[in-house]
Write a new protein. Structure first.
Length: 640
């Protein structure tokens, strides 16, 4: 996904102002604060907003003070509490003895009724307004109960937190010290105390190195920072609910973050239902370190989910006594090398993280599951070559050709830390059947409108067949769309038949695109389906108007008219399938493909995805019912 950051990273200029002298200023008018007359009563401004009770006691007290200590004084108080509260006030008044400045209102409770994590709201108010003092509060509102959290014992609760959430908005990636608590109710549930506290390590370390204030008026501002609660009770399936960061953007509202898993749960899915279906959105905890995969976290403005965060997959929490390791790996395929013995190797340039000292690689077919290969290597069931920082030659098995992948596996002992798949193509001594034309564009009027969005333009690598001129391949056509939806899919290559530029068609083929529970998706045109069934010559002779055209480097498709299940007319260009269900695609008539060249260069402006952030696009998990189903009937009398 192409996403412009709101803030540009740049060095902050340090300006030293020399020769400036300060002089004191005397006020022309002196002011003395108001004073209380008589016995005025108040609650101190320093009283806690939360009272944590103990199982070893059966009461707590609230201090009440007065300004004039002469004589005995009884003051009525009005007390309101949560319904069914376990606390009982000792009286509805407080009494000061002669000379006493502070007395106490006592609340009693039965320790057996304490529930972890449950707090009661209590409000105490001076009943007689004439007795209220200007020195403090006349009303004291607080919560009383027992927290489920206790500071972790090891290292005095000191852990570390590596941020990759605020990096979405231009912050520098950094590792900061945090306090970590554990739940006494649910083992494996943790609370990180205000990780983005503006007054803590994060704020002091300068969240942003600079601010581009001219960029649509965005500027970070401090707010109340909230604790992050993360559920690692099942260490293979870690997730966290929404929490506020303590920062906001202009008029967009508070920035908050939530696990993609929480988003699905908010849409009615059960946690156990999600575990086997979207494992890629869960984090994991190993050796006391919690990590979340890239794209598994969403950010929100003012509670409205917008797009994915943790884009680098670096988010990590190290519990006290554990250390966040750098097991990162990046790799670029650079070609094929054949040695003197005739052994063929895939060549890749690799950059390893500081702790990625146990890394291996193998070459496999592109359709092999990289995760399963990684598990087999870690278990010792599959051999791989040792990987070093820099140039690596990975052997290609003799029987492999076509679409392949180099699978890199970073391990810590027998634990898999990082898996990276680098695709490439190799055809042995034979000529590559495809030649790259470069980057083109296509306007998606199929997937986005199904979810209520307008058509949009996406870049795509386009290849042409070396054996059949005019046969084009759009490589991983919907991967950019999938990235905008926060998923790793859309990896299907789509063939476009434009051998005859006046008769372009798309056969039915999978997009390898899965969006929540909606996939898998497939794409076709009427002409493509009919050609596969009856042959090109018969279809083009009878129905030339249903074919697309290629002119001046742009492939367009005609707008046809069909009918939905309610027998209403609907315009369309293509079909989008979800299993056995078919939906009208290209309903706006916007679908087109721009081949690499002058026309493609002109599409770059249309492919500016920064507007996604400001447009607030979010990925609906359920397709709207207003989309019309296709009645699969052509009404044609084609003779073979």
């Amino acid at each position: 996904m192409i996403m412009n950051k709101i803030f540009k990273n740049a060095l902050v200029a340090f300006v030293a102002i020399m020769g400036l002298t300060m002089t004191s200023c005397v006020n022309k008018y002196e002011y003395s604060g108001a004073t209380d007359e008589g016995s005025k009563v108040f609650f101190g401004n320093d009283l806690a907003s939360t009272v944590d009770v103990s199982f070893d006691d059966n009461k707590f007290q609230v201090a009440v003070s007065r300004t004039n200590t002469a004589g005995e004084l009884t003051v009525p108080v009005n007390i309101t509490m949560s319904e069914g509260s376990i606390f009982t006030p000792s009286a509805n008044s407080v009494t000061f003895a002669d000379g006493e400045a502070t007395t106490y209102l006592t609340f009693t409770y039965d320790p057996a009724n304490i529930e972890y994590g449950k707090y009661d709201d209590i409000k105490v108010q001076i009943d007689d307004a004439s007795l209220a003092s200007t020195y403090g509060l006349s009303t004291y509102a607080f919560k009383a109960g027992k927290t489920e959290w206790k500071l972790m014992e090891k290292n005095n609760g000191k852990g570390t937190y590596r941020d990759d959430l605020m990096t979405t908005f231009g912050a520098e990636t950094q590792i900061i010290n945090v306090k970590i608590y554990e739940s006494v109710v649910t083992a494996g549930k943790y609370m990180v105390e205000a990780p983005y506290d503006p007054e803590g390590d994060f704020g002091k370390n300068k969240m942003w190195s600079s601010v581009d204030e001219a960029k649509e008026g965005y500027k970070p501002s401090g707010n109340v920072s909230v604790n992050l609660v993360i559920d690692a009770s099942d260490p293979k399936y870690v997730w966290f609910p929404e929490f506020d960061s303590g920062y906001s953007y202009g008029d967009k509202g508070q920035i908050s973050f939530l696990s993609y898993v929480q988003y699905y749960m908010d849409n009615g899915y059960d946690l156990d239902f999600l575990k086997p279906r979207i494992p890629q959105y869960f984090g994991k905890m190993e050796d006391g370190v919690i990590t979340m995969p890239a794209g598994s976290v969403l950010y929100a403005f003012g509670g409205e989910p917008r797009n994915v965060s943790n884009g680098n997959g670096l988010f990590a929490i190290a519990l006290p006594g554990s250390v966040i390791g750098d097991f990162s790996l990046t790799a670029d395929y650079t070609g094929v090398f054949t040695d003197k013995q005739g052994q063929v190797f895939a060549v890749a340039e690799v950059k390893l993280g500081d702790d990625a000292t146990n890394t291996k690689a193998v070459v496999m077919s592109a359709d092999v599951d990289a995760g399963a290969v990684a598990d087999a290597i870690a278990a010792g069931e599959l051999e791989g070559i040792e990987v070093v920082d820099g140039t690596n030659n990975v052997p290609i098995p003799e029987d492999l050709s076509g679409k392949l992948q180099i699978i890199f596996v970073v391990m810590n002992g027998k634990s898999v830390k990082t898996v990276v798949s680098v695709p490439f193509e190799y055809y042995g001594g034979e000529k590559n059947p495809w030649k790259s034309l470069g980057q083109g564009y296509f306007v998606d009027d199929m997937i986005l409108p199904l979810f209520g969005y307008a058509p949009d333009t996406y870049p795509v690598d386009i290849e042409e067949s070396t054996d059949t001129p005019g046969l084009y391949r759009l490589v991983k056509m919907y991967s950019a769309v999938a990235a905008d939806f926060g998923v790793e899919s859309g990896t299907g290559d789509v063939l476009i038949h434009a051998e005859n530029p006046n008769a372009v068609y798309i056969p039915l083929q999978p997009l390898e695109l899965t969006l929540g529970k909606n996939g898998p998706f497939s794409l076709s045109t009427d002409a493509g389906e009919l050609v596969e069934k009856y042959g090109f010559d018969a279809v083009f002779a009878q129905l030339p108007n249903i074919f697309g055209k290629l002119a001046d480097g742009v492939i367009t498709f005609p707008v046809l008219e069909g009918k939905n299940s309610a027998d209403e007319p609907v315009n369309y260009q293509t079909w989008i399938y979800l299993g056995d269900k078919a939906y009208f695609g290209g309903r706006n008539g916007a679908f087109q493909i721009i081949l690499p060249g002058v026309q493609a260069q002109s599409m770059k402006r249309a492919a500016d995805f920064s507007r996604r952030l400001n447009g607030g696009k979010m990925k609906n998990a359920v397709m709207p019912s207003k989309i019309s189903l296709k009645n699969k009937f052509f009404g044609l009398s084609i003779v073979k």
